[in-house]
Design a protein. Structure first.
Length: 92
């Protein structure tokens, strides 16, 4: 099966009002932050009209890519979702 079909089998429970990833306010994103627009496997990152980068955490697979990429720049705040929320992997 294609990866999209496999991913579709995972359920995602949004912790409304408590996103586990936040982009800190910025005027110009670093190259690392901007790269996430394409690097995030769940397409959570997008560029705004003003050239800033924003995140919508619905569908986040908690892969940690954004955390690793922006570790040096400190542009995002990343924490694991509260227990019971976030991605629920289905095996088999
Ligand atoms: Fe995207 Fe992975 Fe970051 Fe989630 S943890 S927003 S899937 S890069």
């Amino acid at each position: 099966a294609r990866i999209e079909e496999k991913l579709f089998q995972n359920r995602y429970l949004v912790d409304a009002g408590r996103p586990h990833i936040k982009v800190r306010a910025h005027a110009v994103p670093s190259p690392a932050l901007r790269a996430l627009v394409h690097a995030c496997p769940a397409n959570c990152y997008s560029e705004t009209d003003t050239g800033a980068v924003e995140v919508a955490t619905d569908g986040c697979m908690e892969c940690g890519t954004c955390r690793v990429l922006t570790q040096a720049t400190g542009e995002i705040e990343w924490s694991y979702p509260r227990g019971g929320f976030g991605v629920l992997y289905k095996f088999g």
